[in-house]
Design a protein around this ligand. Sequence first.
Ligand code: NAD
Length: 284
Amino acid sequence: MLEASHGLIAITGAAGLVGTGLRRQLREQGYRLVLLDRKPITDCTPEEQAVLVDITDQAAVTAHLAGCDAVVHLASCTTDAPWAEHVRLSIEGSISLFEAARAAGVMRVIYASSHHVVGYHPRSLVLDEHAVLKPDSRYGVGKAFGESIGAMMAYKYDMRVLAIRIGNVNTKPIDRRRLGNWISWRDLGQLVSLGITHPSLRFEVVYGISDATGRDYDNQAAYALGYRPQDQSEPFEAEVLALDPVPVQDSPQARAPSEITKGGVFSDNEFTGSSERLLPRSSH
Ligand SMILES: NC(=O)c1ccc[n+]([C@@H]2O[C@H](COP(=O)([O-])OP(=O)(O)OC[C@H]3O[C@@H](n4cnc5c(N)ncnc54)[C@H](O)[C@@H]3O)[C@@H](O)[C@H]2O)c1
């Protein structure tokens, strides 16, 4: 186990939304942080050091990872941008980061994946970590690639890799769909911390969600690692349903991919398929 007060953790994409919230969670747990981003970070605390770097610059990233105990890999393209952006940031960026970590001897990577890797599964099905990949977007494909390279690194080189399929990080669930995939900041901090410290981690895929028992995901793999979410989506259900009621059956909204599947608007983007194919097999 790492001595929390001595742990030095690198975060890629540290200037972004998740990075900014996670910095606070990890500082509170006693870690010192190396913050890697191509955007400047100007509000570093004494426990933090910011480095301006592009993650595709493998040699530079290797140098900055030296001496770190683990790296939390957040940097990626986070919109459904054209393929070229995903190839450069999510694919080449992840290859660069994993290889840099290996070269620097940083053998623990916590990888920010996304529920969009399974976004075209019906929302009504409860999925565990063994679900077949059904990315709903170029974004989801890029995230799935990161999981694959993580698995190879873990088994080929003995790296320890935790891929967290994050749902939506926020202070509370913001709509009906997010009741099933919301994660609070402190629960995300706990999951990342498990990736940093778990003594027998090899390669695990978990869902980055707070307690949403019975909804979209069965997160037993996370619980097996010791995850005990402190927050639940259920207390927010009435408030959310008042603002985002269940659509009328057979209405255009009820038949939209964003309503049928786990992926939301990413499932709707550029959709020219047949909605029936997105329903559970037994119902068509
Ligand atoms: N926000 C969520 O709820 C959520 C949900 C699922 C998954 N995720 C994943 O978590 C990670 C962080 O998400 P976010 O919401 O903070 O995104 P964000 O867009 O706010 O932050 C991404 C950060 O990565 C940096 N970055 C991108 N390319 C880079 C490069 N080549 N070199 C260096 N830095 C680079 C950007 O400058 C930015 O600061 C992403 O991998 C995302 O896919 C987030």
